[in-house]
Write a protein of this length. Structure first.
Length: 427
């Protein structure tokens, strides 16, 4: 159980059960900031049926703001909660709560960031996903609400609360999943971890978000995902290894953020490197660096789509028309197409003679200049030295890419890119 109270103590509340399953988020909506007087609203979303208010002196006051009802103490003015019009859910001000040690789940999102204070967003480096508005059920963004009414519009059982943000016990369809690894349960329908490659500028980033699937039997849960947000305030990048969910699957979103614009590279659901539920990251031998990691790419890469060629000086010809040309989204592959359980094996099979130059999809932690990395079954990237250039191929199918012998005269060895190169972008 968790409790909260106003400053003068005349109004208090208790969460009778399930506080560990309530969703916590940071809401940057202007309406919430002006109401609370805080830089952002630290909100805990719970079913109203499990929250009990104690108001012996009749000091609990309410104020209607659109579809929400904001509650506060009439004596000291402490903001306490927001209810939706139907009373099904309630957002509690976590700043007034106590007796909560070890019981409340960690925050999952920053929402309504489009209305946030830039200096606050710049100072927050917690690595949580950020959304300009509200994350909808598909992982996208719903329309921003100028009044900060994040819980709703009338007519829906959850009053507009995105499915990804509904507490697990609020719906019978969100039952706890059993697993050989009992510690693998999560407090909500999905969690997310961001993976990044840092480039020369904060706004120019290649990022991957892996959404861990808890309810592997739910198609809707697989559609949640987390998307990359073109936010100028994200300046500190997070590195890590891929992890698997309970169902042995993860949803993968690879996007390029360039000059404030997002271009999607791939979106798919794949079988991870090991389907054992006890394994949470790729085996060490799959994360070993390729043997030629420190060699820069030389020569020119032909671009059959633009009819031009690109030298290693970082020019961007062939992709100047926009990010749409970088959309390499393809059909989700079957597990068998990955050559067993190993993404590394798949890379070796796809690129005969040069498979050692690949690393597993998502293992961006170890990427250094000169690496070749596999981003998806139809997206191969070449991360070039110094120039911060990433080149993508539309199809990683069989090719003749090989390590060439060093020419005479002490020149560096040269390699050629596989067919299907769509172009490259300087980062």
């Amino acid at each position: 159980m968790a409790s909260g109270r106003c400053l003068c103590g005349q109004v208090s509340f208790d969460i009778a059960q399930g506080v560990e399953n309530c969703l916590v988020s940071y809401n940057h909506a202007r309406g919430y900031r002006e109401w609370t007087g805080a830089a952002f609203f630290d909100a805990l979303l719970a079913p109203a049926s499990v929250v009990v208010f104690h108001d012996a002196n009749g000091m609990l006051r309410s104020h209607e703001a659109g579809p929400t009802v904001r509650q506060f103490c009439g004596a000291c003015g402490t903001p306490l909660s927001c209810r939706n019009a139907s009373g099904n859910t309630i957002e509690l001000n976590r700043g007034v709560m106590h007796n909560t040690s070890g019981t409340i789940a960690a925050p999952m999102y920053h929402i309504q960031c489009a209305e946030g204070l830039p200096h606050i967003l710049n100072s927050l480096q917690d690595g949580l996903p950020r959304f300009p508005g509200l994350p909808d059920a598909s992982g996208g963004n719903s329309a921003n609400n100028r009044n900060g009414n994040s819980i709703g519009s009338s007519g829906d059982q959850n009053m507009g609360t995105p499915k990804a943000m509904v507490p697990r016990f609020a719906s019978s369809s969100h039952s706890q999943q059993s697993s050989a690894s009992s510690s693998a349960h999560y407090a909500s329908d999905h969690t997310a971890t961001a993976y990044s490659i840092e480039t020369s500028q904060p706004k120019q980033t290649l990022r991957l978000h892996a959404s861990h699937i808890v309810d592997e039997n739910s198609v809707a849960n697989k559609a949640h995902g987390i998307i990359s947000v073109p936010c100028d305030n994200i300046v500190e990048l997070i590195h890590g290894d891929l992890q698997t969910g309970l169902g042995g699957e993860y949803a993968e979103y690879i996007e390029v953020l360039h000059q404030g614009r997002v271009g999607k590279i791939s979106r798919k659901v794949v079988t991870p490197v090991d389907t054992n539920p006890h394994v949470t990251q790729a085996p060490p031998h799959l994360l070993a660096p390729p043997p030629h990691a420190n060699q820069a790419w030389g020569g020119e890469h032909a671009d059959p789509h633009s009819g031009s060629s690109h030298s290693s000086n970082g020019s961007t010809a062939g992709l100047e028309t926009g990010m749409d040309k970088m959309d390499l989204a393809g059909t989700a592959p079957s597990p068998s197409s990955f050559g067993g359980n190993s993404l590394y094996q798949h890379a070796q099979q796809s690129m005969p003679g040069n498979g050692d130059d690949y690393i597993p999809a998502g293992d961006f932690k170890g990427v250094r200049p000169g690496y070749v990395f596999k981003t998806a079954e139809r997206g191969v990237g070449y991360y070039k030295d110094q120039a911060k250039t990433v080149t993508f191929a539309s199809d990683a199918g069989p090719s003749s890419t090989k390590q060439h012998a060093a020419p005479t005269g002490g020149q560096k060895p040269q390699r050629k890119a596989p067919p299907g190169i769509k172009g490259k972008r300087r980062y």
